[in-house]
Design a protein around this ligand. Structure first.
Ligand SMILES: [Zn+2]
Ligand SMILES: [Zn+2]
Length: 154
């Protein structure tokens, strides 16, 4: 590298003068480069850092106790650890209840299916009685007819 004295530059990050090591250098430090890109990214995507928001923007209502509070970061939903724990416990209970409800629905659906099946058998038995034959014979005829129907389709 040639020992040339490059003219001082304004850092694109902090605006201070610095002596660049090469002509492409735009920032006085890595931190300034990172900060600059961060700001550019924020500007492009319209995002604001949580700590750069106003207090009003950072104020939230705790869904657990209903008190408004200033959140420390974007992730904080509850005013306190206690509220978060309470809410988690509540949602765990809700999940449990939901599971019990689902199980009940499954049981009921199965019962319904079984009763439908039973009524189907009842119907067949009633038809068999009507035709003056046993249920077993009726079922055999139905099965044979179905087989013949299959043959006819071929
Ligand atoms: Zn700088
Ligand atoms: Zn709370």
């Amino acid at each position: 590298m040639k020992d040339v004295h490059l003219p001082k530059k304004h850092c694109k990050g902090c605006g201070r003068f610095f002596t660049p090591h090469c002509t492409q250098e735009l920032y006085c430090s890595d931190a300034c480069r990172t900060a600059y890109h961060h700001r550019k990214y924020q500007k492009r995507h319209g995002v604001t850092l949580w700590r750069e928001k106003s207090e009003a923007e950072r104020t939230r209502v705790c869904p657990q106790c209903g008190i408004s509070f200033v959140a420390k970061n974007a992730m904080q939903l509850y005013c306190s650890l206690q509220c978060r724990l309470d809410a988690n416990r509540k949602s765990a209970r809700q999940r449990e209840r939901q599971q019990t409800q689902n199980m009940r629905e499954v049981r009921e659906a199965r019962k319904k299916r079984e009763s439908l099946h039973v009524s189907h058998i009842d119907e067949a038995a009633a038809k068999a009685r009507e035709m003056g034959m046993s249920y077993g014979k009726y079922k055999a005829i139905v099965r044979i007819e179905a087989m013949h129907a299959d043959f006819r389709r071929d």
